[in-house]
Design a protein around this ligand. Sequence first.
Ligand code: BG6
Ligand code: MG
Length: 222
Amino acid sequence: QVKGFLFDLDGVIANTSVYHAKAWHQLADELGVTWTEDLGNQLKGVGRMDSLNLILKYGGKENDYTEDEKIKYAEEKNDNYLKLLDTLDKSEILPGMEDFIKDLAAHHYLISLASSSKNSPLVLEKLGLAQYFDEKVDPATLKHGKPDPEIYTRAAEVLNLKPEECIGLEDASAGVTSINGSGAISVGIGDPKVLHEADINFNDTSEVTLDNIKKEMDKKKF
Ligand code: BG6
Ligand code: MG
């Protein structure tokens, strides 16, 4: 029986994955690494330093910089990202997600946040959605980022639930892998070709409702 929902933030609740991509694209240009859609998809859901390392590897530049230089570049990306957040407000909540979260709370499901982003508390505040979350995982306390299952295992644990009692929602391939590894049911939101590992797929956040999830779970015999 499902008792809890584990949420990714960027690209699931808010349109902020676009801002992350913009800021990484800007840095990739500066580093002389060609930006592609495939690289963009690989970076989704992945933590700050892991993302920088993926970009450098993608461009064959993994040995070109010292750890200190890499930290400086990661900070530069974050500064650019924060500038893009300046004007962030409720209008950047993805279609249907505010109603969905309110509906979950009204039905007494437990809700936790499983975002890799250290900026996630700020984003949730700006969106006016922080009060709906019973618990949050602090990504700074994790040993391994997505696609490792640790963040989703913890997101269930902080609700005092087993992962098997939870549904995780993701827009990123690395995130779906993480949910699946934890044992929770995975919902992939976005291109089903990219998110083919998910237990349940929706093309768009507007399709994500309790009813639709229940229907899909019945179909898949959960
Ligand atoms: C994830 C985003 O939620 O958080 C990634 O999908 C981002 O794009 C990661 O790299 C880490 O975020 P931050 O804000 O801590 O750099
Ligand atoms: Mg995401």
